[in-house]
Design a protein around this ligand. Structure first.
Ligand code: NAP
Length: 312
């Protein structure tokens, strides 16, 4: 029986993942690539990186799916996805560290008003803006999971008061942990900078909309590092135009790559990042994924399991 590597990967990416997976492959296991001839009836485990829709349904003996990416939203939209099969996400300290760096950089960019100084530089305008300390700006983090929780703690360590929002109530030292609709109301009303690290589910799609922007303190900053479909793009443009949001750092978009004619590219109130906040590094992710596969093979509890009822 074999382990399949399948994803929306080019030949070089397949080759790189294969190298690192073979380095950690448990004794007695066989790795096959979706791009190479293989026996579909022999595949029991799939290591997936956004597998093209319809492809996983071709494996009748599939028993376990391990994602090589942190988010599984695109895979779950596959109408042919075999939903009875357990799915694990990737939780990788290296990916978490990368996300912490990007969240911190984005929050500090907004806090220290670099976008405003960039606009002043374009006009040779030497003018010092009032600068509050971190302790005087509250940061709200939507999502307190593997990534949001670590980012909230890192942002708090710099001196910002931080509130975070999750589905179930949580306790994280140094963070005001909120949940439920009331918690969301409180977080949004008090966030001078709002960072989104929610998974994309039917409950969270479009959550960054006009209603939410209208409840933020006037001139708040926005950081979206999760998924493009969390954001209602037209609502953000209107909120920027009205001054309700002062600047947005966006790493993810409804359509990626962001089309060249998209208004975000040239907007002075938007910093565009080309989906670079945190990617799965095969060096660490291959080991972590195969450790979970080994737990599955040994009948032990696997980690980072997706709950299909919750959608993440
Ligand atoms: P995770 O560990 O599953 O955490 C998700 C968090 O969101 C949890 O705290 C969860 O609450 C909360 N949540 C989910 N649905 C909610 C709802 N309806 N209301 C309130 N809270 C809700 O996920 P993660 O590993 O931190 O990853 C988060 C997302 O980051 C991924 O899904 C992916 O979209 C994105 N991502 C982006 C990049 C990039 O490069 N831009 C890279 C990796 C990941 P509970 O704690 O109560 O469950």
């Amino acid at each position: 029986m074999s382990i399949l590597l399948i994803g929306s990967l080019d030949d070089d990416e397949y080759a790189e993942w294969k190298t690192h997976l073979l380095a950690h492959l448990p004794a007695g296991e066989t790795l096959v690539l979706a791009t190479e001839p293989h026996d579909v009836d022999a595949v029991e485990i799939a290591l997936v990186a956004n597998p093209p829709h319809g492809t996983l349904a071709r494996y009748p003996q599939l028993r376990f799916v391990q994602s090589l990416w942190a988010g599984v939203d695109r895979m779950l939209l596959d109408p042919a996805f075999p939903r009875a099969i357990p799915i694990a996400r990737l939780v990788d300290p290296a990916l978490t560290q990368a996300m912490v760096e990007c969240a911190l950089a984005s929050v500090l960019l907004l806090h220290r008003q670099f976008p405003a100084y960039g606009r002043q530089q374009a006009q040779a305008d030497w003018r010092q803006l009032a600068q509050p300390l971190a302790a005087q700006r509250r940061v709200g983090v939507l999502g307190l999971g593997a990534l949001g929780g670590a980012c909230a703690q890192a942002i708090a360590a710099v001196g910002f008061p931080v509130s975070g929002w999750s589905r179930a109530p949580k306790a994280i030292a140094g963070i005001e942990c909120l949940s439920g609709a009331d918690g969301m109301d409180r977080l949004v009303a008090t966030s001078d900078i709002l960072v989104n690290l929610l998974p994309l589910t039917p409950d969270t799609a479009g959550i960054l909309d006009a209603r939410l922007f209208g409840r933020l303190p006037r001139g708040a900053g926005l950081v979206n590092l999760a998924r493009g479909r969390h954001l209602v793009e037209a609502d953000l443009l209107a909120a920027l135009e009205a001054g309700q949001v002062s600047h947005a750092v966006l790493d993810v978009f409804t359509q990626e790559p962001l089309p060249v004619e998209h208004p975000f590219w040239a907007h002075p109130g938007i910093t565009v990042l080309p989906h670079v906040a945190a990617y799965s590094a095969p060096e660490s992710a291959a080991r972590i994924a195969l450790e979970n596969v080994a737990r599955h093979r040994a009948g032990q509890p696997t980690t980072a399991m997706v709950d299909l009822a919750r959608g993440y």
